[in-house]
Ligand binder design. Structure first.
Ligand SMILES: Cc1cc2nc3c(=O)[nH]c(=O)nc-3n(C[C@H](O)[C@H](O)[C@H](O)COP(=O)(O)O)c2cc1C
Length: 436
């Protein structure tokens, strides 16, 4: 099962390169964080580098306490932002995030199809079941993981049927006969599920041609089955190569079992990049970014994910598998909880080391701190080990680090034949190899 060639590369517009202390740098541009131009500039650079897509993760709540030290997920609406970017770019895929826990399928179908039309076939949907935000939607608590995935499965099915309910061919636009559209070719969907009852049809005609790619994030057992059954790609959290190899081979197996074929799902881990001209500078960048370690928040996050209370843990005592309480019955993300428990069982870290790990500070993403050449070698190594089909860059440290990803690292990967040197199509589906 060789890794894909070319690799599929996306860039998160989160913007992770302003996380930690980085937004305080003189050149961070943080004043423009809620302006379209800030993102259009980056999307154009990403398009010049021939990336598959730019991507906007999203949440529907505000962590007020975290706001003191950084923007977190305070942001423009992702789909509206990407629609603005669509008008300023021509080829790059536009991957938005819409939560099936909170958004009704009709609204998702319409928003995504609108983005697809506005961008002429470049929309993609990152399906999330969300981590928090229930109290913004009239719910007492977050629904269980099982319920969230059951809802997600229904929602994806309903959205796909809505996309098909008003085909473009139904438009007659026959001036002579005065026939705008043929109603016989527009169909209700009469969807009757456990969570949704939707009559349809959608009030917007589909585009002809490429379909809208579906991406998923969340890799618990339930999440993997869901991804295997519907996703074209998975935005994954894999802090080390073995985790990526395991996830990729397991998802390929599950996709085969679900009848879609092993190649149907592409594994794209998040890749946190701290890049500079020398290794020392890159390490300094990483250290500066994390200078104000918020230990209290990290300890709370470790406790939420594992049930382990490390508030009074002795500095020199290793944390071992035997210290872990049984897995908590409910966690925000089983994926992140499992990765952290696995790290503790495998590495038996001391507390100071644990607080530095991507599983604790970086959403469990693969992390490279070094020169673009260092990053190129490690990516080539992961590709050769069949660990990835591409990655989603989440550059950190500074605007310079993000620019260096696009101006130095991507061309280096292209030079080595690991990613494309030009676009071969105009739709997001073309970039992912979903057509022909
Ligand atoms: C890598 C990764 C990225 C995610 N991104 C988002 C996001 O942008 N917005 C969101 O609401 N949830 C996000 N989630 C949460 C998932 O959609 C899911 O609700 C959560 O991980 C629970 O599923 P799990 O137990 O399978 O991990 C993400 C999860 C993972 C693993």
């Amino acid at each position: 099962m060789p890794a894909r060639n070319p690799l599929h590369i996306g860039l998160s517009l989160s913007p992770t390169w302003l996380s930690g202390e980085a937004w305080r740098r003189a050149d961070s541009g943080v004043e423009n964080l809620f302006e379209t131009a800030f993102y259009v500039d980056i999307a154009r650079r990403a398009e010049a580098a021939k990336l598959d897509f730019v991507f906007r993760p999203d949440t529907l709540y505000l962590d007020r306490a975290a706001l003191e030290k950084g923007p977190g997920f305070a942001s423009l609406d992702p789909t509206i932002l990407l629609a603005a970017i669509a008008t300023e770019t021509t080829h790059i895929g536009l991957l938005t995030t819409a939560s099936t826990t909170f958004y009704p399928p009709f609204l998702i179908a319409r928003q995504l199809l609108s983005l697809d039309r506005i961008s002429q076939g470049r929309a993609g949907w990152n399906v999330v079941t969300a981590l928090d935000g229930h109290d913004n939607f009239g719910l007492d608590k977050m629904p269980s993981t099982d319920e969230r995935y059951a809802r997600a499965s229904e929602a994806v099915e309903a959205v796909k049927r809505l996309w098909q309910s008003f085909p473009n061919e139904a438009l007659a636009l026959d001036r002579e006969r005065g026939l705008f559209a043929d109603p016989q070719r527009v169909h209700p969907i009469d969807f009757e599920g456990d969570f949704y009852q939707i009559a349809g049809p959608l009030n917007l005609p589909a585009r002809d041609g490429a379909r809208i790619p579906i991406v998923q994030a969340g890799a618990s057992d339930r999440g993997r089955d869901f991804a295997a059954s519907v996703a074209d790609a998975v935005f994954a959290a894999t802090p080390d190569r073995e985790a990526a190899i395991e996830l990729r081979s397991d998802l390929r197996r599950r996709a085969e079992v679900s009848g879609r074929g092993a190649d149907a799902v592409r594994i794209l881990p998040g890749l946190s990049l701290f890049l500079a001209d020398s290794r020392q500078e890159a390490e300094d960048l990483f250290t500066e970014t994390h200078a104000r370690i918020d230990t209290t928040r990290k300890l709370a996050s470790i406790a939420e994910m594992t049930g382990l209370d490390l508030k009074h843990w002795p500095e020199d005592r290793r944390i071992e598998a035997g210290d872990l309480p049984p897995p908590p019955a409910t966690v925000r993300s089983r994926t992140h909880s499992d990765l952290l428990r696995r790290l503790i069982a495998r590495d038996e870290p001391r507390l100071a080391d644990l607080l530095e790990r991507p599983e604790v500070i970086g959403s469990a993403h693969w992390r490279i701190v070094g020169t673009p050449e260092d990053a190129y070698r490690e990516i080539a190594d992961w590709a050769a080990a069949d660990a990835i089909d591409g990655f989603v860059a989440v550059p950190g440290g500074s605007t310079g680090s993000m620019h260096q990803f696009l101006s130095d690292l991507v061309p280096r990967l292209a030079q080595a034949g690991l990613c494309r040197t030009d676009y071969s199509g105009t739709c997001f589906a073309d970039h992912l190899g979903l057509r022909g």
